[in-house]
Design a protein around this ligand. Structure first.
Ligand code: GLU
Ligand code: ZN
Length: 287
């Protein structure tokens, strides 16, 4: 029997340099791939220019190299993939699975906050584009967090796949690209648990095999807020690479054995890949 080789990925948005929380995600997904001799790809998710910082992609790639997180193959930029997203949207529009919607955020809120399919049969010709999935997924299995069920109303909500400003939606781009790159497992932060459930519906519509999922617990600051670029989490410090790498590994419950403490990042990571076991990561309950 042949088995599919493991292909994982790290998919940062170039809205700023990587911080400690993103390092944890990168290290977790890297080791998960390398522990089974898999490939680890990097994809720059530059589909939302207003939220991006010019040059952040170069900084991120430099940070990854510095931390020994060497990726396989070429880096994929989502800004080069628009034709694939549009082709899929056109197909769904033709098939009647996707439709234009002109409801404002305010109107949706007034109708209860969850989109009710208002424009599904209005035959509009401009606006945001939504996808209707006739048999939505009830949830998905996460390797660390177990079964994640999705609120029924949310599961049935017709997803925006292209925004009214013409930008492609993250949920669409991420699924089209993960299928394109033949990703077998997605390791990312638990802040993306809800979008994952929605993305399962896109896999269904594409009749594509879903990857397995592993959502890492989130790194929070002293006040309990998720470390993020929006919360001004400090960028990784290029002068203390080993310390931060050791901290990230300890945070993932894989403290570095004393005898490896002086190893350069790449060497350390290949040794850690041999003893990595995702089950040792502490899963936090998600509410
Ligand atoms: N680009 C997303 C972010 O930086 C991650 C997407 C993903 O891993 O699926 O939060
Ligand atoms: Zn609408």
């Amino acid at each position: 029997m042949t088995h599919t080789p493991y292909i994982g990925r790290f998919a940062p948005s170039p809205s700023g340099p990587l911080h400690f929380g993103s390092l944890v995600t990168a290290v977790g997904s890297f080791l998960q791939a390398k522990s089974v001799d898999g490939r680890w790809l990097v994809r720059i998710e530059d589909i939302d220019p207003p939220r991006e910082m010019p040059g952040a992609d170069t900084i991120i790639l430099k940070q990854l190299r510095k931390f020994g997180l060497n990726w396989d193959g070429d880096v994929i930029y989502q800004s080069c993939r628009h034709a694939s997203y549009q082709r899929q949207i056109d197909r769904w529009l033709d098939q009647g699975h996707a439709y234009y919607c002109q409801c404002s955020r305010k109107e949706i809120k007034q109708r209860g906050g969850i989109y009710d399919g208002h424009c599904r049969n209005r035959h509009l010709t401009w606006g945001a584009i939504r996808l209707h999935c006739p048999s939505p997924a009830a949830g998905f299995l996460d390797r660390l967090q177990g079964w994640i069920s999705l609120d029924n109303a949310l599961a049935h909500e017709d997803l925006v796949i292209r925004r009214s400003d013409g930008l492609y939606a993250y949920n669409l781009a991420v699924v089209v690209d993960d299928i394109f790159s033949e990703i077998t497992e997605i390791v990312r932060g638990s802040d993306l648990l809800e979008p994952t459930a929605r993305q399962c519906n896109i896999y269904r519509m594409l009749k594509a095999k879903e990857p397995t999922y592993l959502h890492l617990p989130l790194v929070c600051d002293a006040k309990g807020h998720k470390l993020s670029k929006q919360n001004h989490a400090p960028a990784l410090d290029p002068y203390h690479v080993l310390e931060q790498l050791h901290d990230a590994l300890a945070w993932l419950n894989h403290p570095v054995p004393t005898r490896w403490e002086k190893d350069p990042p790449h060497q350390l990571l290949s040794k850690m890949a041999k003893i990595w076991n995702y089950r040792d990561i502490q899963s936090t309950s998600v509410s």
